[in-house]
Design a protein around this ligand. Structure first.
Ligand code: NAP
Ligand code: MG
Length: 502
């Protein structure tokens, strides 16, 4: 049996009484068919605060039997329930209500996110929670705008298409933006009339569970969204291989994405995969250098670098390489590393011990490959918590391990390039293709380079702009399928053609 967590110690820094109440209200359960239930095995696991390594809560460890129940509930809600048949205006109102409730509970959600993930309260308050509400609001608008088509035909035929929901969607999400990733998955699925079984990451289950309560409070019919917490190979694997799941939407590592593609083949599920990246961020000497330094800093250090589209390979033209990396390093050194609840702190701990060890391993690899630590390069000075100093490596070449593998931590690899052609060649020399950026005042060069980069998103003179209006997803081994915007409607619907002889 796991020890009973001491919530006050574990949640130090949280100010909202609602946060403590949520953590204290007993072991967290699974949401299945509109009810909160323990795992059938009775097992639980601990979720930790990565800032102090204390236990925040015990969480039900869902497994195959629980996934079976959740899929049954989702199937029943889809085949018999009112959600897929509801007046679209009513569906819009319900999604808007969810957005309002997220905002009403913003402080608690931000605190839970910071506690579970380690990201700064500055980020969870200003990025994760407000954008989550915005995503629900954006897809609320879509519920009334999903059309079929009338196809040209002779007068004795009426030929049209229907755009129908896919059915039961298994959604598996990572720990880097736990609540926001839940919204990218759930909101479009609901707008299209699907039902859902969500599997949050084991490291960060809390905000998905709180979101489950909010969905019920908003009046979502039972079984429409089910939340099964647990581990990847067991709970996640059971969803992926389940014969009655129609679609899997996954965000996470490329390695697990490939396994999902292999293992989901049984009933030929629709799949969409949003995977890793090693995104090139290219700086030309004619850029606004101050903006480029700041943007590059945010591009790699936001969320402790645990961002799939992080600008982890910073390509700088040779003539300005030393000057630029000096400025970037100075700025990185100015980022306060520490207690994520301190409003002045801009970098918290990494999410877990495992991730901490992984990232420290890459710091050693960089040093032994001959890259130079310009700043950082080590764990933080804190006695407890999974801290890593913001790190800039110089003298990197694109063949080094730290330039090829996704580190998913606050580690920038600064690589020199000769000219535009060289920048594009090196930028594209990667297995990934999630995002890229280019900094220059020359509009022609900006557009030409943007066209040449093999990536699902390219930023010009900024790093990391995202909007629920605009599609997001990968080229190459960064996955396939586009989330956000109207493209997510394609992921969560299928087309039926109807020919009627009149
Ligand atoms: P991960 O294993 O890919 O985890 C993502 C999600 O998939 C989690 O919910 C995980 O569950 C689940 N999962 C794991 N194995 C599964 C399986 N066999 N079948 C079904 N679901 C499965 O990522 P991670 O291990 O947490 O992180 C490892 C690395 O992945 C990171 O260092 C980073 O490089 C990359 N990553 C990328 C992204 C991204 O957005 N592109 C996000 C996260 C991580 P559990 O967490 O419960 O095991
Ligand atoms: Mg945690």
């Amino acid at each position: 049996m796991a020890a009973t967590p001491s919530v006050e110690t574990a949640a130090r820094g949280a100010k909202s009484s609602a946060t403590l109440e949520f953590l204290k209200s007993g072991p967290k359960k699974l949401l299945i068919g509109g009810k909160w239930v323990a795992a059938k095995s009775g097992k639980t696991f601990e979720t930790l605060n990565p800032a102090n390594e204390e236990v925040l809560a015990l969480v039900a460890e869902g497994d195959k039997e629980d996934v079976d129940e959740a899929v049954k509930a989702a199937r029943k809600a889809f085949e018999e329930g009112k959600w897929p048949r509801m007046n679209p205006h009513e569906r819009t109102r319900l999604l808007l209500k969810i957005a309002d409730l997220i905002e009403k509970n913003a402080e608690q959600l931000a605190e839970l996110e910071t506690l579970d993930n380690g990201k700064t309260i500055f980020e969870s308050k200003n990025i994760d929670v407000p954008i989550t509400a915005e995503v629900f609001r954006y897809y609320a608008g879509w519920a009334t705008k999903i059309y079929g088509e009338t196809n040209p035909s002779t007068p004795d035929v009426f030929n049209f298409t229907l755009r129908e929901p896919v059915g039961v969607c298994g959604q598996i999400i990572p720990w880097n933006f736990p609540l926001l990733m839940a919204s990218w998955k759930i909101a479009p699925a609901l707008a299209c009339g699907n039902t859902v079984v969500l599997k949050p990451a084991e490291q960060t289950p809390l905000t998905a569970l709180r979101l489950g309560e909010i969905l019920l409070e908003a009046g979502l019919p039972e079984g429409v969204v089910n939340v099964v917490t647990g581990f990847g190979p067991t709970a996640g694997g059971a969803l992926v291989t389940h014969p009655d799941v129609d679609k899997i939407a996954f965000t996470g590592s490329t390695e697990v994405g490939k396994a999902i593609q292999r293992e989901s083949v049984g009933n030929l599920k629709r799949i969409s995969l949003e995977l890793g990246g090693k995104s090139p961020n290219i700086i030309f000497p004619d850029a606004d250098v101050n903006m480029a330094v700041f943007g590059s800093m945010m591009g790699i250090f936001l969320n402790q670098g645990q961002v799939c589209c992080a600008g982890s390979r910073i390509f700088v033209q040779e003539s300005m390489y030393d000057q630029f990396t000096d400025s970037l390093s100075q700025m990185a050194q100015g980022l306060t590393l520490g207690d994520p609840f301190d409003p002045n702190v801009r970098m918290g701990p990494l999410v877990s011990k495992e991730q901490h060890e992984r990232v420290l391993g890459y710091l050693s690899a960089g040093k032994s490959e001959g890259a130079k630590v310009k700043v950082g390069g080590d764990r933080g000075p804190q006695e407890r918590g999974y801290y890593v100093k913001p790190t800039v490596f110089t003298g990197v070449n694109n063949a080094m391990k730290i330039a090829r593998e996704e580190i998913f931590g606050p580690v920038a690899a600064a690589i020199p390039f000769k000219d535009e052609n060289d920048a594009v060649l090196q930028g594209n020399d990667t297995a990934y293709g999630l995002a890229a950026a280019v900094w220059t005042k020359d509009i022609s060069r900006a557009i030409k380079v943007a066209r040449s980069l093999k990536a699902g998103t390219v930023w010009i003179n900024n790093y990391g702009m995202l909007d629920p209006i605009t599609p997001f997803g990968g080229y190459k081994q960064s996955g396939f399928g586009r989330e956000l915007g109207k493209y997510a409607i394609d992921l969560y619907t299928q087309i039926k053609s109807v020919y009627a002889r009149l």
